[in-house]
Design a protein around this ligand. Structure first.
Ligand code: PEP
Length: 253
């Protein structure tokens, strides 16, 4: 299980330090097999790393650029993220696809760049409401997953995380039912099996994201192919976030 908090464009430096400290104390030492991460805004990564030092909570970033370095004003490279202590990086979040023009091709390039720099990408896939209503959710998720992983060579299943995030459930308070999430996660698992083979595929974590909170985490995490959560809103309150970590511990027993 992996419970990762995506803080998005929230918290200034002071707020990020405070939230990180609260998360560390609320989460404590997670049970065996449960990993925890927070993904603050770029400007707070360094400071949050200092707060997390010595705790069980790992650091992640919300995006990266696909190039090593150069004239890309405003962008942040994988090496920069490594240098401030990142272990994970979110790639292809639906908000990046929707508001920043990310394409399947750019997501694929970023996944490779993360891997080259020993960052674990949390690769986001998921359909819009329109696509689900048209019965195209599997087609969309397959297209996004295949494109994102096309050139990936995996040494270990721990080197890759997928997050299934139905766009209609992100920040809306509307959650996929456990059955909807379970069915899509099982489908993503078959895609991973096709791509990486029966040895690696079972160990790759597939997170659910989309209005997961303390109240609904247990039933979502109980689904066989749901290996954790990518948490937006509920990650901004340490107690709510820690309650989801507790649910992951219970589901993992
Ligand atoms: C997200 O942004 O990845 C997310 C799942 O957000 P929320 O939990 O707020 O729906």
């Amino acid at each position: 299980m992996l419970i990762a908090g995506n803080w998005k464009m929230n918290t200034d430096l002071t707020g990020a330090r405070q939230l990180a400290a609260s998360v560390v104390s609320a989460v404590g030492t997670p049970g065996a097999g449960v990993d925890v991460a927070v993904c603050p805004p770029y400007v707070s990564l360094d400071a949050v790393f200092t707060v997390l030092h010595g705790s069980a909570v790992r650091l992640g970033a919300q995006d990266l650029h696909e190039a090593d370095s150069g004239a890309f004003t405003g962008a942040v490279s994988a090496a920069m993220l490594r240098s401030v202590g990142c272990h994970y990086v979110i790639v292809g979040h639906s908000e990046r696809r929707q508001y920043f023009g990310e394409t399947d091709a750019s997501v694929g390039a970023k996944v490779l760049q993360a891997r080259r720099n020993r960052l674990v990408p949390i690769v986001c896939v998921g359909e819009t409401l329109e696509e689900r209503d048209a019965g195209r959710e599997r087609e969309v998720v397959e297209r996004q997953t295949v494109a994102a992983l096309r050139d990936v060579r995996l040494e270990s299943a721990a080197d890759l995380v997928i997050a299934y995030e139905p766009v209609w459930a992100i920040g809306t308070g509307r959650t996929a039912t456990p059955e909807q999430a379970g069915a899509m996660h099982a489908f993503v698992r078959t895609l991973l099996r096709d791509r990486f083979g029966p040895e690696s595929a079972p160990g790759i974590r597939i997170l659910y994201g989309g209005s997961m909170k303390a109240e609904n985490a247990a039933e979502l995490l109980a689904q066989p192919d749901v290996d954790g959560g990518l948490i937006g809103g509920a990650a901004l309150k340490a107690d709510s976030f820690a309650a989801i970590v507790r649910a992951a511990e219970a589901a993992n027993r």
